[in-house]
Design a protein around this ligand. Structure first.
Ligand SMILES: Nc1ncnc2c1ncn2[C@@H]1O[C@H](COP(=O)(O)OP(=O)(O)OP(=O)(O)O)[C@@H](O)[C@H]1O
Ligand SMILES: [Mg+2]
Length: 317
C-alpha cells in the first residue's frame, strides 16, 4: 500500500471573479521513504496540493478527490483525528522560516512544546528531544543555543531549526515547500545535503516542492511537473533530465541556468501563466508551446505513459 495516495485532486477557489481552478485532476502515489519533487512555475498549484494534504486550505476553497494517508482519507477525516495525524506523521516545512517560528519563544520551548502537546512528553523528555534534533540538524553549540530566540540565528540556521521542528515527532512524510528558496546558494546546498542525510537515516518520505529544477536533480527519485494546476509529466528524475517528454518540461530545462565557458545562460519560456478562471478545455500550456498544433487548443490531452501531450515525443523540438 502507498504511504500517500492522491487521486483526482481538484481544488477550486471561490472569488469575486468567479471560480479559480487551481488544481485539476492531480493524481500521484508516494511510497514509504520516497523522494518526490513537485515542480512548476509560480501559480501552478504546488503549495495548494501540500496544503490540501495538510487540511490547511483557505476557507474559500472547494476540494474534490481523495487524499489517502496510510489508507485513511484525509479529506473526510474529523478535525480532531486530522490534527493528531498531521502533527505526528506529516510535517510541513515552509519557505520562510520566520513564519513558522514564534519570535517570542525560545527554541527549546518551541521544539519542546510540539512533543509535550502531541506525545504527552514531560518537560525533561521534551528538552532532551529538542537537544537531539538540534544536534541532528547540526546547530553548533546546540546545548547552549536552546535558550536563544529565533532572531539570534542566521537565516540558514533558522531553516535548520524549522527542519528540526518538523523532525521532532519523527514523521513518516515531510512536505517541504520551497525549503531553500529564501537562502543564498551555498546555504541552499547545505540545507539540501542535510535533508538528504536525514531522509536517508530516518527513511522519511519527502515531497519536495520547488520551481528550481537544479534543486531536484540531486535529491529526488521522481519528479512531477505541474502547469496550470495539471500534471504535465511524471517520471523518474533522471528520465526528466535526459529524455523530457513534454514541451513544458523541455522549456523548463532550457530555463535552468547553465554555466558554459564562464557565461551563465538562462532562457525563460515566453508568454504568461494561464488564466484559471474557466474550467480547462484544452492543454493549458498550448498558448506558450512551441510544438502546439491546432488540436492542442481544442482538446484536453489525457495523461498517458507519464505525460499529458498529444504530440509524439519524437516530433517535439
Ligand atoms: N485563497 C485563494 N483564493 C483564490 N485563489 C487562490 C487562493 N489561494 C491560491 N489561489 C490561486 O491558486 C493558484 C495556485 O496557487 P499555489 O499557491 O498553489 O501556487 P504555487 O505553485 O505554490 O506558486 P509559487 O511558486 O508562487 O508558490 C494560484 O493561481 C493562486 O492565485
Ligand atoms: Mg507556493
Amino acid at each position: 500500500m502507498s504511504l500517500l495516495s492522491v487521486e483526482n485532486l481538484q481544488i477550486r477557489f471561490r472569488t469575486g471573479d468567479g471560480l479559480v481552478h487551481a488544481v485539476n485532476d492531480v493524481s500521484f502515489d508516494m511510497a514509504e521513504g520516497q523522494k518526490l519533487a513537485l515542480v512548476g512555475e509560480s501559480g501552478s498549484g504546488k503549495s495548494q496540493i501540500a496544503l490540501a494534504i495538510m487540511g490547511l486550505l483557505a476557507r474559500n476553497a472547494e476540494v474534490a478527490g481523495k487524499v489517502r494517508f496510510d489508507g485513511r482519507d484525509l479529506l473526510s477525516l474529523p478535525a480532531s483525528q486530522l490534527n493528531a495525524l498531521r502533527a505526528a506523521q506529516i510535517a510541513l516545512i515552509f519557505q520562510d522560516p520566520m513564519s513558522s517560528l514564534n519570535p517570542y519563544m525560545t527554541i527549546e520551548r518551541q521544539l519542546g512544546e510540539v512533543v509535550e502537546l502531541h506525545e504527552g512528553a514531560s518537560r525533561a523528555e521534551a528538552r532532551k528531544r529538542a537537544l537531539e534534533v538540534m544536534e541532528a540538524v547540526r546547530i553548533p553549540d546546540a546545548r547552549n543555543r536552546l535558550r536563544a530566540y529565533p532572531h539570534e540565528f542566521s537565516g540558514g540556521m533558522r531553516q535548520r531549526i524549522v527542519i528540526a521542528m518538523a523532525l521532532i515527532c519523527r514523521p513518516r512524510l515531510i512536505l517541504a515547500d520551497e525549503p531553500t528558496t529564501a537562502l543564498d546558494v551555498t546555504v541552499q546546498a547545505q540545507i539540501m545535503a542535510l535533508l538528504d542525510e536525514i531522509q536517508r537515516d530516518l527513511g522519511t518520505a519527502v515531497l519536495l516542492i520547488t520551481h528550481d529544477l537544479g534543486v531536484v536533480a540531486g535529491f529526488c527519485d521522481d519528479t512531477m511537473v505541474l502547469y496550470g494546476g495539471r500534471v504535465m509529466e511524471a517520471a523518474p528524475t533522471p528520465a526528466i533530465f535526459d529524455a523530457p517528454g513534454h514541451p513544458y518540461t523541455r522549456g523548463l530545462l532550457r530555463a535552468v541556468p547553465r554555466i558554459t565557458d564562464g557565461n551563465v545562460t538562462l532562457s525563460a519560456i515566453p508568454g504568461s501563466p494561464p488564466n484559471q478562471t474557466a474550467a480547462p478545455r484544452a492543454c493549458p500550456f498550448a498558448p506558450r508551446c512551441v510544438d502546439a498544433i491546432p488540436a492542442c487548443h481544442e482538446m484536453l490531452p489525457d495523461f498517458r505513459e507519464g505525460r499529458a501531450c498529444i504530440r509524439p515525443v519524437e516530433e517535439l523540438t
